[in-house]
Write a protein that binds this ligand. Structure first.
Ligand code: PLP
Length: 371
């Protein structure tokens, strides 16, 4: 849920201060200064050198689509894109569509732990590469990718733009775009206790990509449309809360307890992506319950008041095996029974204890029933 500070930051812009930030009257000026303040807060969250490098969008998907589409439009002679097999659908499906429209995509593979090999990136770059897009942390496994090193490689060896989908990483691990060679970076409010329907794209100063929407002169002419001031104010407040990562140590220890207890006490369970702890987000565990159906586990946990997901949360209507687990060559008997546990800042020890108790009862029950 959104944090109380976020709710309070949004409230005035839904009633008394319902001005348009482009208008000169008082409530318009109030709205404009709220947008300016939020931009500064988001710039701080991602470590941008200047707040003018932040443009508000409607969500993470728009930021991802804009980064890639905007790069292609601005350099029409370049028809090659490099990305990974394990991107969120916001990047993956866009690249699949671009492939159908004649663009050439290099899909970087991952190993069985879900890691990319930077040597593959080096060999993939070409004179006609328009953009490289690599996520900061995978939304299903929590595996963190070496995006700073990847950005350096791209900068040294090509003039392609380097985009990072940081939707799942922002507010969980440190981000400092000014200390990296990242050109474009996407975030989304609902991933760090901000409102849904608001995101942002960081565009490094000096980088020119085509506008996201053409019309009015809002957002420095980069994205037309009257600003959703209440959403932007909420995103700004959430960014300030999320910039303080100290709570993540507590979340990490809760996650570790949850994960270690499941793996040591529930038979036939396996961690998907057994990389060292510091190469995973502090809040995510993706665990396979071999020979069980993840959707059934999810439904039983839901009945018990515990929300988990199979595959990407944005994808739970699609019942096929997750492309991320497929790319990691997780056997079908495990991939179908894989559950992603995501903890947040509001979770407590007691909730983890309850989840563990309920889960072990449900798994015992399902194993008794399964042949
Ligand atoms: N990228 C990643 C890594 C995500 O996890 C998500 C959503 O969960 C998105 C992009 C899409 O963000 P949004 O739902 O704000 O469009």
């Amino acid at each position: 849920m959104i944090s109380p500070e976020v709710f309070e930051a949004m409230r005035p812009f839904l009633n008394a201060s319902f001005g348009n930030p482009s208008s000169a009257y008082r409530i318009g000026r109030e709205a404009r200064s709220a947008v300016t303040a939020a931009r500064e807060r988001v710039a701080e969250l991602v470590g941008a050198a200047m707040s003018s490098e932040i443009t508000f969008t409607s969500c993470g998907t728009e930021s991802d689509n804009w980064a890639i589409g905007g790069a292609l439009f601005s350099r029409p002679a370049k028809k090659h894109i490099v990305t990974t097999r394990v991107e969120h659908e916001a990047v993956r499906n866009l690249c699949l569509e671009l492939e159908r429209r004649g663009y050439d995509i290099t899909w970087l593979e991952v190993d069985q732990q879900g890691r990319i090999d930077l040597e593959d990136l080096k060999f993939s770059l070409r004179a006609d590469t328009a953009i490289v897009s690599i996520m900061m942390a995978n939304n299903e496994t929590g595996i963190v990718f070496p995006v700073n090193e990847a950005a350096e490689i791209v900068r040294e060896r090509s003039d392609a733009f380097f985009h990072v989908d940081a939707v799942n990483a922002a507010g969980k691990i440190p981000i400092s775009v000014k200390d990296s060679n990242i050109d474009l970076l996407s975030i989304s409010g609902h991933k760090f206790h901000g409102p849904k329907g608001i995101g942002a794209l960081y565009i490094r100063s000096g980088i020119e990509i085509s506008p996201s929407m053409i019309g009015g002169r809002q957002e420095q002419g980069r994205r037309a449309g009257t600003e959703a001031v209440h959403q932007i104010a909420g995103l700004g407040a959430a960014a300030t809360v999320a910039s303080d990562l100290s709570e993540m140590n507590r979340v990490r220890s809760l996650r570790n307890r949850l994960e270690e207890t499941i793996l040591t006490t529930v038979p036939e369970t396996y961690l998907n992506g057994t990389v060292p702890q510091d190469l995973r987000l502090p809040n995510t565990s993706n665990i396979a319950f071999e020979n069980l159906n993840g959707e059934v586990i999810l439904a039983r946990l839901d009945d018990a008041g515990i929300c988990v997901s199979t595959g990407s949360a944005c994808n739970s209507a699609n019942k096929t095996v997750s492309p991320v687990l497929q790319a990691m060559e997780i056997p079908y008997s495990r991939a179908m029974g894989s559950i992603r546990f995501s903890l947040g800042r509001s979770n407590t020890e007691e909730e983890v204890q309850i989840a563990l108790q309920k889960l072990s009862g449900i798994i015992e029950d399902l194993r008794r029933m399964s042949p």
